[in-house]
Design a protein around this ligand. Structure first.
Ligand code: ZN
Ligand code: ZN
Length: 401
């Protein structure tokens, strides 16, 4: 049954492609693959507690295809020494030295004080990067602030460090950093991506702030750090409701939709639980023609990805205004909610809910947008908040004439 459904979608997809492309259609529009990645990761280059090589090993071994190491206001491209100043760091260093050896590890030891020179991205890249298997994207977390509010944005696939730009309000600070990335993208003529991080971290970024931005297409609907309040609190709304409200504002004013990412924001690689920021909590899966920064970013800008805290999809596509979702796992049970907003409405609602492993929803011209939320019966392995089940979110879809 599931396979029939899949074949049907695939056939339909190919028929449409051939019809749409004709003889001049680009062959790379066919053979679309899914690539799993995390665009928010910290290491010893800032406040993470592990060496980049060990972090990359973890992600590669856990089936990820791409990772961006996004340390605070730094790119791993210069000489940088860190002190192994406590027993946890010293144990981490010893494991690193045992694994990578004296020829690779650059360190100094003086009267019990151990200093280690971190490897640059150019140095460690070749240990992990593999065509169509694993890609590391140069990135940083631009860590700015306004009147004590932390304002963080991740800049991915950049050539040069973007220093925090500052500004005269929350919106101004965010906008100036977004503009700095756009300028760098223009200068180098290559795709780069900027996304707003954890809006509810210290409740620094409000819906109104996000609505006022120009040119921002991405934010974290889920972040795996333990202090980010994805679910809000008694005074603040959750990031998913925020997402919908922003999209209602964006789409009614003619802006493109805002897409939602899930990320780890991992810092802690040795202590685990809901008071620590661990790997594996949130990721994205991108449908692209190849594992390259250009393909991934192009697909993401078209909304061809989903965000997940554990749910894996075989496929999700939009064909002739119909959203299709097919879930990979068949051991747990699933609900698929199609959440959308009708034109002239001021909030989203659940338009349809289906149980099972496949679901679909057809948009019409009355819809402002529709997205799918997939809810597993399985609890998350290492949750930070009271999210009882693993989830996935597909991106908002707008009816096309
Ligand atoms: Zn941050
Ligand atoms: Zn971070």
């Amino acid at each position: 049954m599931r396979h029939c459904y899949r074949v049907q979608i695939t056939l339909c997809f190919f028929v449409l492609l051939f019809t749409a492309c004709g003889p001049s259609g680009s062959p790379d529009e066919i053979n679309q693959n899914w690539y799993k990645g995390n665009l928010h990761t910290h290491s010893f280059w800032s406040d993470g507690d592990e060496f980049p090589e060990v972090i990359m090993e973890w992600y590669k071994e856990h089936g990820y295809h791409f990772v961006a190491l996004t340390d605070h206001n730094i790119l791993a491209n210069k000489e940088h020494w860190v002190e192994m100043k406590d027993s946890l760091r010293q144990a981490t260093f010893q494991r690193y030295l045992d694994k990578y050896g004296n020829d690779w590890v650059d360190f100094k030891s003086d009267s019990g004080r151990i200093m280690v020179k971190l490897k640059t991205l150019d140095q460690y890249l070749s240990l992990f990067q593999e065509k169509e298997r694993f890609l590391i994207l140069p990135a940083e977390e631009i860590s700015d602030s306004y009147e004590g509010k932390p304002l963080h944005l991740n800049a991915t696939n950049i050539e040069q460090l973007i220093e925090p730009q500052g500004g005269s309000s929350v919106v101004d600070v965010l906008q100036r950093n977004i503009n700095a990335l756009m300028e760098q993208r223009e200068t180098f003529g290559k795709p780069m991506l900027i996304h707003i991080n954890h809006p509810n971290f210290y409740f620094a970024i409000t819906i109104e702030d996000m609505i006022a931005l120009q040119g921002e297409q991405f934010f974290e609907v889920y972040n795996g750090h333990h202090m980010v309040y994805n679910l809000g609190d008694s005074m603040h709304i959750d990031t998913e409701t925020m997402w919908d409200q922003i999209n209602i504002a964006y789409l009614t004013s003619g802006k493109p939709p805002l897409y939602g990412l899930a990320t780890d924001d991992s810092h802690n690689y040795h202590t685990f639980g809901n008071r620590w920021s661990n790997s594996g909590r949130g990721w994205i899966n991108v449908q692209a023609d190849s594992l390259s920064p250009e393909s991934l970013i192009r697909s993401m800008e078209q909304g061809r990805f989903y965000a997940s805290t554990g749910v894996e999809l075989v496929n999700t596509e939009v064909i002739e205004n119909t959203i299709y979702v097919e879930i990979a796992d068949s051991t747990n049970s699933y609900r698929v909610q199609f959440i959308g907003c009708l034109k002239d409405d001021s909030k989203t609602r659940i338009l349809k809910e289906e149980s099972g492993y496949q679901a679909s929803y057809k948009l019409n011209s009355d819809h402002l947008f529709v997205r799918a939320k997939i809810i597993s019966s399985k609890p998350p392995v290492n949750p930070i908040e009271n999210m009882p089940y693993e989830l996935a979110w597909t991106q908002p879809v707008v009816f096309s004439e």
